[in-house]
Design a protein around this ligand. Sequence first.
Ligand code: FCB
Length: 462
Amino acid sequence: MTAIDEQTARRAAFPPGFVWGTATSAYQIEGAAAEDGRGPSIWDTFCAIPGVVADAASGDHACDHYHRWEEDLDLLTGLGTGAYRFSLAWPRVFPTGYGQPDRRGLDFYRRLADGLRDRGITPFATLYHWDLPQGLEDRGGWRERDTALRFADYAAVVHEALGDAVPYWITLNEPYCSSIVGYGEGRHAPGAREGHGALAAAHHLLLGHGLAVARLRERAGPEEQIGITLNMSPTVAGTGAPEDVAAARRMDLMVNRQFTEPLLGGRYAEDLAEVYGPISDLSFQREGDLEIIGAPVDFLGVNYYYRLHAVAAPYAEADPARRTACDLGARTVEPAAPRTSGLGWVVEPRGLYDTLSGLAARYPGLPPVYITENGYGDRGELDDQGRIAYLADHLAVTGDAIAAGVDVRGYFCWSLIDNFEWARGYDARFGLVHVDYRTQARTPKASYGWFRDYIADAGTGR
Ligand code: FCB
């Protein structure tokens, strides 16, 4: 462990106006899955498949935020955060993904955005946090170019309804997870294990982002800011052996550069065709797509949880034509004597520093960065000292990155409240506030008070 991983006590300096917030997403907290015309999403379908989600859990009820949103916004007031990141459920707005929007869905988000503004909290709205309408998946989902077009239409309709209330727009949350984890690894909805299909999904998500940016720009006022959120996991070789270094580079391509290069560099990653050529002809790439995808954004959202340590491993499938997009001849290993979270995730704050400084070094025109997620999972302790230490250390290295010249404008803790943690169900808890899922009682944890005090010292940056 290096010094940078052991800095719990150190306080960072944040510039004036630095934005403090927490983040959530629709499917993870809202519940009310069949209310007010909401259509099914791929996550509703996926959760119904036996054995894919822990304890056969689903987001059907989740935290019942759809009804308890005012109580949840009051928790934000108590925390003193100046901003809140939430997502809209596409199938609440378009129950099948396209056609006529349902007013009732849009009205819910209107109430939410107005409720935030009434409390002096700036809304950061994410348009897509993984809950694709099942109606679009039935037509091929993100494998199909048409889904990117439908996404842009959805973005325009949402902006029409909320543009005067939401100043910050995030098109996609973590396209790596939506494409490679959902269509390649099959661990997330829709649970596919494909090669070409997963790579097409990654491309079409990026295209959908670019098309949505254009539609939002047409409508946005001068103050509105448009961006995208990527999950970044700096990838390091488990040993210095050339085959492990090469394996780490392939993993870095899959997780990070596949997305950052077209978005921020205006090019496909230089090794994309070489690494993925054997499993896909990449025929989904069309002339002009890079210009659409690489259109300037006003900010980049970065979600950081951990680094990846990679070594070479045998391919699962000998025949390249049958490989999935995550069958790369690489596997992750744990570093020696790791510090771990309550879920066993390796805790390495320096990975956040490396992510921020690495982005600034690689992309000279890097837009301002918001850390749109960072947080600690455990099984639900109220005296959550592990979470406090995690947040303190990641905030310390964020301060280091700012001091080193990276333009970081804000930090959103994942998450405000415990919620449905995807394939892990309700067992994994990331909230500053505990949720009793039987009674829906909210109980602030020790970290809630700690974060409140930390922000009060640093300034809320509204
Ligand atoms: C991120 C997701 C978020 C949450 C955290 C723990 O990858 O964006 O929804 O599940 O991980």
